[in-house]
Design a protein around this ligand. Structure first.
Ligand code: SF4
Length: 296
């Protein structure tokens, strides 16, 4: 694997792009091909530490955050960056790349969400704009830069990368535990939904697993969630709808009434959540939307 020069790796809240507000681990690579007079990351233009790509991926894994951004400096100024991006995707992350738009994106894997911090013609510094962007597709818009207009195309974003199904087991608490308990009730298991994964919940999970051809380990993970979820949509009334409403409120702040009735307000909230997460906004909570809701 290639080595790559890294200025810093840290976890914070994403402040830009479609994923603003989400926890994010940032990998700031060293070096830049430009010299903007207003640069606020001059410390990243030199120095840093040469680290093997797999060690960088391991550092990110230890941070335990799904969304990762590779930034700089200018990350594409290093030859090993496409390899790093691919390794992060293979490790199961949603990966953003922040680039200044002056270097080709040909080697960037298609799963990457490109955040382009364009340096427009007329901006302070030596660089006046190259405007090479990945083609084709995307939306067209125009920038006014004083006496002339520049029309550019941007790619709408990378392919949808869903978060992994979360692991929940005895001792866990929280909104995902509420959801799995409600789904167990829909499946006919007799238990209370209290948000605490205690012995009774483990017992019901094991029973559900046994009757659904799964290893009865009592752990709700990538094998059990897909069997547990049920599709819900407008007109449905159930504990599963209640779980969807609770997840939307907890993770999206929608303020829905928790009544278990899939009405217009719930439909609108689901569509909004789907749109925000790159999913088809059909208002139907199927496998992808469930995974997005419990996994984020
Ligand atoms: S492209 Fe970004 S990192 Fe590079 S000099 Fe300009 S502002 Fe600084």
């Amino acid at each position: 694997m290639a080595d790559i020069r890294v200025s810093e790796i840290f976890t914070s809240i994403q402040g830009e792009s479609h994923w603003a507000g989400y926890p994010c681990t940032f990998i700031r690579l060293t070096g830049c091909n430009l010299d903007c007079t207003y640069c606020d990351t001059r410390y990243a233009r030199s120095g840093g530490e040469l680290i093997a790509v797999d060690s960088v991926v391991e550092s990110v894994r230890r941070a335990g955050v799904f969304t990762v951004e590779v930034t700089g400096g200018e990350p594409l100024a290093q030859a090993g960056t496409p390899e790093l991006l691919g390794a992060l995707v293979s490790a199961g992350h949603r990966v953003l790349l922040e680039t200044n738009g002056s270097l080709p994106l040909d080697e960037v894997p298609p799963e990457i969400v490109v955040v382009m911090d364009l340096k427009a013609p007329g901006s302070a510094g030596t660089y006046k704009g190259n405007w090479r962007l990945r083609e084709p597709g995307g939306q067209t818009f125009a920038l006014s830069t004083g006496p002339f207009w520049v029309q550019i195309k941007v790619q709408a974003g990378g392919a949808v990368v869903l978060p992994p199904w979360p692991l929940r087991q005895q001792g866990d608490t929280g909104i995902e535990v509420f959801a799995l308990q409600r789904l167990l009730r829909v499946a006919g298991e007799d238990l209370e939904a209290d948000g605490n994964f205690g012995p009774a919940t483990k017992n019901r999970v094991q029973h559900f697993q046994s009757t659904n051809g799964l290893a009865p380990d009592g752990i709700v993970g990538p094998a059990t969630w897909p069997k547990l979820i049920v599709q819900v949509q407008a007109g449905n009334t159930s504990q599963a709808v209640r779980a969807v409403q609770e997840l939307l409120n907890a993770k999206g702040g929608y303020g829905l009434a928790i009544d278990g009735i899939f009405g217009p307000a719930t439909t609108n909230a689901v569509k909004d959540w789907q749109d925000d997460h790159g999913l088809a906004d059909d208002g139907i909570v199927g496998t992808q939307t469930w995974r997005s809701l419990v996994g984020e």
